[in-house]
Design a protein around this ligand. Sequence first.
Ligand code: THG
Length: 263
Amino acid sequence: MIVIGERLNGMFKDVGKAIVEGDPAVIRDLAQRQLDAGANVLDVNVGPTAEDAVGAMKWLVETIREVTEAPLAIDSTKFDVVRAGVERAGPTSMINSTPGDEARLDRYMPLAAEFGCDIIALTIDEKGIPRDANGRMEIAMRIVEKAMLNGVDLERIYIDPVIIPCNVPDAGHHPGEVLETIRQVKLISDPPPKTTLGLSNVSQGTSERHLINRTYLVMCLAAGLDSAIVDPLDTELMNAVTTAELLMNQSVYCDDFLRAHRR
Ligand code: THG
């Protein structure tokens, strides 16, 4: 699984504070610790409160680049913020994320083509998040069509079926519909697009966050999920990923498989 580390997000108090105070040590430390814990990509999000979001994104990316050239997932709902981040992060960056409506895809796909970067697209449009897998697949198909029209390779596309908190009233069917979407996305094209998920959304506001996160992640991996935005500092979560990969025959068993994998 491609691990996208979620911790460099202004939604977290320590990161939000570091952005306001311009304190690079907190940012550098979180970048390094996530990579040491097994992150392949670092998600970078200035959070909801930054006054100058473009300036904050530039500062975050430049600060992270002082310690690593690892791929960054530039995470913002604002086009100008995404562009500023991708320009500074370089060619290994990802765009995270574009909603799947016509208008936004027509802006974001050319940006992905221009910078040659991967792009996460959400199965959400002007009508919101679909109730079921069928609705999500309609949007996924539009995303694939727009990628092809703009010359973006389908291996560069990550479809995110959008998971919402499992405690939302009348939304208990969403985790199952997201699993079904993960399976069906693989049937769209050959080669198919990849899939990803903002895993921690599923447990927001619950009292068993770690247990819910890792149980659901393993279910998603069994359905074929390629990547997820997760907290790599959650050791039990990362051990569950390693174990799921072992059980899906993606690595060879030895008694010391957790330690061997970490090394
Ligand atoms: N899809 C894509 N990108 C995403 C999401 C998604 N990016 C953002 C988010 N969703 C994934 N990242 C997080 C990061 C943090 C939390 C959830 C998802 C989280 N934060 C604590 C909370 O809200 O309770 C903050 C706690 C604190 O203040 O310390 O849960 O779905 N493509």
